[in-house]
Design a protein around this ligand. Sequence first.
Ligand code: ATP
Ligand code: MN
Length: 307
Amino acid sequence: MWTRELIKHGLSLANDIDANAFFLFTETGKSFDILLDILKEKGEVKKRKFSLLDKILKKELKIIVFTPNETTYKRISKEKDENIDIVFLGYREEERYQIVLSGLVHSLNLRKIEKSDKVVSVVGPKNGKLDTIMILKVDEHIKITRVYELLNSLDQKMRRTVKEVLKLAMEIGREGKEGKRVGTLFVIGDTLNVISMSRPLILNPFAGHEAKIFDPDVKGTIKELSSIDGAFIITEEGKVVSAGRYLDVKGDVNLKKGLGARHVAAAGITKNTNAIAITVSESGGIVRIFKDGEMVAELDPNKVLLF
Ligand SMILES: Nc1ncnc2c1ncn2[C@@H]1O[C@H](COP(=O)(O)OP(=O)(O)OP(=O)(O)O)[C@@H](O)[C@H]1O
Ligand SMILES: [Mn+2]
């Protein structure tokens, strides 16, 4: 397999473009062993115009190895040499770019990289072989890393539901309904409190149903209902309990100009409960995520194809 060559090319690319950090993602730790082996191959390093090792020794190129696997993390943390950082990723992302983003978030949080840094990553699909070398300028991805920051802060149940709702919100933002833009509002989690702070505008179409957000039919129904007034209320387990609910939120929230009642309601409900709110704007389809009364991320579904 080409793992060794890929890592070598990734390291020399990092060296040649003066990257600040080199990210390697591993499940079993096998690619970590190969990395160690390459770094030890003095001869190999001598041949290259810049001695790769010097850059690493001079701490000009930070090497960070990420794994979501607890056993691997323990094993390679013991075996690593002092030039390599090991970071444990709390959960596995599916797609290559998402995996790298979760690495970015952890590295930024751990102050191992700066927003102005350039990073070369060697990554593969979840449970697959390494197959990709990616160059990222961190500051170009800061916006989307805010989504990963939020996802990282959630427990597994809430994270799974928020990701699913976000995917649906991005589809609604991108496609609208019968080609017409629609705006909508989802409130996830802390459902008893949210219900107590809201009232129905219509007879609840989800009453008496076991509607799960992960069910494609439920998603289709939500898309059909997306143009009605009011919010969709979803439990942290992903059960859609209500549609068309008006959020009676008190208290002021400070939002950027141009955001109207839907966004104020989304910010307000998250200020007064532990819920997370996700809005799709009727003007432009922009998707926004709110938590603790603040907008934590803003995504243009036509630019960000992550979800
Ligand atoms: N408190 C609320 N609870 C639930 N839904 C609300 C609330 N306030 C407004 N909405 C919904 O938001 C819709 C749009 O209202 P408005 O245009 O004022 O919001 P907005 O923030 O400008 O949203 P958009 O960017 O989609 O236009 C309303 O028709 C209503 O369906
Ligand atoms: Mn509006």
